[in-house]
Ligand binder design. Structure first.
Ligand code: FAD
Length: 407
């Protein structure tokens, strides 16, 4: 088997997933938009989503992301990559297959660091798709791309902690089924910078938790939402501290590796769909006596898009392979690289697809405008481009550190 072959089991999932997309997911998109429009509530949970989930589950297309055989099919990152890409082609597919962020990352955290009680109360219902979860790290009052800045106080009190602080951008917290938050804060501001933080499990309806508002993204109120949440004297028992006091930073590193690469896999799927829409539109619309596709600049865009998609796919597969073979820590430079390259290239392709669609491209008659808004957030979510580039440059410069002048 060469590097470019899929394993037989991944090939089977790929074929089944492609069939599911054609037979159920794409046809469901119009139904989904109609049900959402009729409900008039941006956070409505449309019945079509539960129908898709039931269908995906009956076909075994469920929890494909989960690397631990006890809880999912146990695919490697390399096997999962082409599947996440296919799901990325529709905004409905990841949730339909119970592979949507931030639940995937949260399920991994519960798997690795949760207690038996957390497994029963949260992990199993999450794996069943009956509840959803959010991850609350970012704060409005501090530059949160540097996680050591996080200020939420987690003060020990008897056999537990009292939480006070304000979070924002907790994705999923407006989802009708969201039941639990994983919250990062400071337990010991006097400890070493990476030992000050802890992560705690907090039910979303715990006394003192207030979901203040949803934050629109370029005017879109995403169904799952990105919430601002206020914590006022929220009591958390010690048993709900994940892994132990001072382990918050380490957990966030463990959580974000797979999450980042999943975003990139899906971004490749968005790019493929945008290129397909671009080509279909350019072939079928005529200006100045010839199809739009017959203009040299449009062909140039198409060729560039194909080249760039192949490049990010290869880099993503290499990253997945390294995560599988040498581990997330050793693959951190590649993870950072793909986190920057994936969304930026996808944005460029979607932008050109919008252009070829003319005015229609910026409306909701096509999936491009919403895809653009979503992809643009990926240059920020899970760490802004600049922070990942900083990490890559640091690794690169390390090779030449003996050339630095000594003072
Ligand atoms: C749609 C969406 C969903 C999100 N979901 C979640 C979620 O579920 N949970 C959660 O906790 N957070 C979430 N976030 C928050 C996201 O992770 C943060 O916005 C991001 O980490 C940046 O933090 P900040 O907004 O505080 O920006 P800041 O830290 O204030 O940084 C602002 C800008 O400064 C620049 N910058 C920072 N450091 C450097 C540097 N070293 N060199 C050069 N420039 C630099 C970058 O351009 C950066 O964008 C989400 C964000 C969005 C937009």
């Amino acid at each position: 088997m060469s590097l470019f072959d899929l394993s037989p089991r991944a090939e089977k999932y790929r074929a089944d997933l492609l069939e599911f997309m054609d037979s159920h997911v794409y046809p469901a998109e119009a139904v989904y938009h109609r049900q959402m429009a009729e409900a008039g509530d941006p956070h409505f949970h449309p019945p079509i989503m539960e129908e898709l989930k039931a269908e995906a589950r009956s076909r075994g297309l469920w929890n494909l992301f989960h690397p631990h055989p006890e809880w999912g099919p146990g695919l490697t990152n390399l096997e999962y990559a082409p599947l996440a890409e296919i799901m990325g082609r529709s905004p409905l597919a990841s949730e339909a297959c119970n592979c949507a962020a931030p639940d995937t990352g949260n399920m991994e955290v519960f798997t690795l660091f949760g207690t038996e009680e957390h497994h029963e109360k949260y992990l199993k219902p999450l794996l069943d798709g009956t509840i959803r979860s959010a991850f609350a790290m970012t704060e409005p009052d501090v530059a949160s791309s540097d996680a050591t800045n996080i200020e939420m106080s987690m003060v020990r009190d008897g056999d537990g902690y009292v939480l006070n602080g304000r979070k924002w951008f907790a994705s999923n917290a407006m989802h009708k089924n969201c039941k639990v938050l994983i919250v990062m804060g400071k337990t010991d501001p006097t400890a070493a910078p990476h030992r000050q933080q802890s992560m705690m499990v907090v039910p979303i309806d715990a006394p003192g938790v207030t979901v203040v508002r949803n934050l629109p993204v370029f005017g879109y109120h995403d169904r799952e939402g990105h919430a601002e949440i206020l914590f006022e004297d929220v009591r958390v028992p010690s048993k709900d501290v994940l892994k132990g006091e001072g382990e918050g930073f380490a957990i966030s590193q463990a959580r974000l590796g797979p999450g980042r690469i999943h975003h990139c896999m899906r971004a490749i799927g968005v790019s493929e769909r945008a290129l397909e829409l671009l080509c279909r539109r350019a072939q079928s619309r005529v200006t100045f006596g010839k199809p739009v596709a017959d203009n040299a600049n449009i062909r140039d865009w198409i060729a560039e898009a194909r080249i760039e998609i192949e490049m990010i796919r290869l880099l993503t597969l290499k990253t997945a392979y390294l995560m599988d073979t040498v581990g997330n820590k050793e693959a951190r430079t590649e993870i950072a690289a793909i986190k920057v390259a994936g969304p930026n290239i996808a944005l460029k392709i979607v932008d050109r697809a919008i252009q070829v669609h003319g005015g229609g491209g910026v409306t909701d008659d096509f999936p491009l405008a919403m895809a653009y808004a979503h992809l643009r957030t990926l240059r920020l979510a899970d760490g802004p481009d600049e922070v990942h580039k900083r990490a890559i440059a640091k690794q690169e410069l390390r090779k030449y550190r003996d050339l630095r002048p000594t003072s």
